[in-house]
Design a protein around this ligand. Sequence first.
Ligand code: NAI
Length: 356
Amino acid sequence: MTIVPAAEALDLDAETLAGHESVLYCRDEETGLRSIIAIHDTTLGPGLGGTRFKTYPSERDALHDVLRLSQGMTYKNAAAGLPFGGAKAVIIGDPRTDKTPELLRAYGRFVDALDGRYVTAADVGTNSDDLDIVGETTTHLTGRTVAAGGSGDSGPDTALGVFVAMRAAAERLWGAGGLKDRTVGVEGAGKVGGVLTKLLLDEGARVVVADPDPEARERVSAATAGAVQLAEYLGGPLEVYAPCALGATVTVARVNELGARLVCGAANNQLPTQDEDAALHEAGILWVPDYVANAGGVIHLVSGERLGRTRDEVTADVKRIADTAREVLSHSADAAIPTGAAADEMVAARLAAARA
Ligand code: NAI
């Protein structure tokens, strides 16, 4: 196995990696492993972020992805108040054909060589079962199966975090009991959307759930005794839009088409471009930034499994997402800046204070 700085392996100029503390490239001939670990910022603690297993058109594309994702993890972990910095890894290849136990063990050795400066987890193309194997060669990971001592499905905690953030934002817009009798559209009835739907119904909201997968619709219908309106794709009129399926769906045009005034959901990278942050603000649409609203997942992974907190403490940590959402929305209103910019500013201030 060879581990070298990515700048050397991929012949990059220093500017490409600017802003990252360390970016390493690993190749293991025996197992076919090709992987990049990017550590963006360890001011708040070891870099924590998942491992994406994916085919890329080129190693440069993989590098671009891992740099962007590791920076995003610095913001997400800091906004969640976790003692972890930001990092991310990619394994280049097709998870359906290239993922072997030997390759995962070799990847674990790569993670281990960083001596805990990077803590890995699952992401697109990897899951808890894979982490159990990675865990044979490193202890610097979180998110193994419950059977292996891990914390299991993070979906319910992610849903709880989205729910408390949405309720805090709704109260800002509509006053106390802000979600009661509001029509909320949940896009995606998966592990997060399904639980979020139940929380919303308990709060007295009307819920429209959209999912192209008939089995997912069936599951949510059964779990709620038919109390929700089902659709294949989300349409209006709504008051709240909760994107819990894919990224890049939140645009002014789409939100206006749905008639929503508030957007709060679990999907990562909800805005197709950074410009949309200002556009939403100007259009009077209240957007709770994705990395603030969906931090319940990473809190779930870290609090119980790495920090040894009890179930009740983890729930309390997740519920504090409401306070963060309130802070972001207040800062946005006071400074007359978009909510995404407000969240970024708060995180930058937190990092600067920690550095000082
Ligand atoms: P999931 O894979 O369990 O569910 C996603 C659902 O969205 C599926 O049922 C799928 O059929 C549906 N879907 C796909 N395209 C759709 C469309 N155009 N309209 C409506 N529904 C559509 O995923 P999960 O775990 O519920 O996560 C949801 C989102 O939240 C993902 O973007 C994920 O990256 C993000 N997220 C999840 C976390 C977690 O703890 N599970 C943590 C942080 C973010």
